[in-house]
Write a protein that binds this ligand. Sequence first.
Ligand code: ASP
Length: 347
Amino acid sequence: MIDHNAKVLLIYTGGTIGMVENMETGALEPFNFSHLRANMPEIKRLNFLVDTHLFEPPIDSSDMSPAIWQQIGRVIEDNYDGYDGFVILHGTDTMAYTASALGLMLENLTKPVILTGSQLPVGKLRTDGKENLITALEIAADKDAAGFPVVPELCVYMQNLLMRGNRTTKVNADNFSAFTSPNYPFLAEAGLNIRYNEKFILTPDYSKPVRFNYAMDTHVVVLKLFPGISLEAVKANLNIPGLRGLILETYGTGNSPSLPRFIHLLREAIDRGVIMVNVTQCLYGSVEMHRYENGQQLEKIGVVSGWDITSEAALAKLMILLGSGEPPAEVNRLMQISLRGEMTVRG
Ligand code: ASP
């Protein structure tokens, strides 16, 4: 039920939704918010209040960075008490990373924070941006019969689907349905009505305050395995100055080559304190290192399981936990358990 007294803060960071075509080069470039507003008279017809906060200049999300995640977090923190919900307009290219980072940065969130964007600018006739934005705003203003927000979570809304943000990944460069949440059910589907999947939505503890954990350590890297990967390539990654964490993208249920010299390199790095997290290259399913000898070798040397977490969420979580100042053993432990519903731990 939309709360007509609701106030939603719309945060514009950039992305295709507000872009226009450069007449000389034909390339889409970020454009200011007045252009977006001019193409979205529908916002005025919503029967609740929408204020805006603009990032200047708006960016293509390929330029997104941990520093901007922190700025977005601060805008939400500064306005947290004054609004019922937040919608963030963001490019789709790195939206899953931002959703994962914010989803972990914001602890005990009690209000909806919804990221959305579009594949076609709002100035284009066939744009997907209008529906995405209007529905995201409506979800941000939606309350249950007791007056609590229906979705007090950090989400991504794209093409009729509301998803837990830290479960999303961009899977299509062309289609309007650009995102999926491979290992967690959708939180809602929008058709004639918005059908919420209540039992999969987090319930916060409303007696506790929300917390914003801004600290991040970016001394991390993602290493994707492939048949034929050279020991030099592995070494080069492990020898990155100051490296503290590595997301190892493995095969299937968490398997890697068994070559002793490869395993030895990984073990050396773990022994000197690098946190190594096993994430599968498969879109669906989970790491289960005990299944094969090749996976067991990784488990034995201290690689920790990321279960069914996405690479995007694993990376953001590692940056945040390493930034938190927790000792390595605690970072290792926390990487293997779900903090905000970002993974399903297998018993
Ligand atoms: N390159 C754009 C961006 O991520 C693509 C988009 O918004 O869909 O900002």
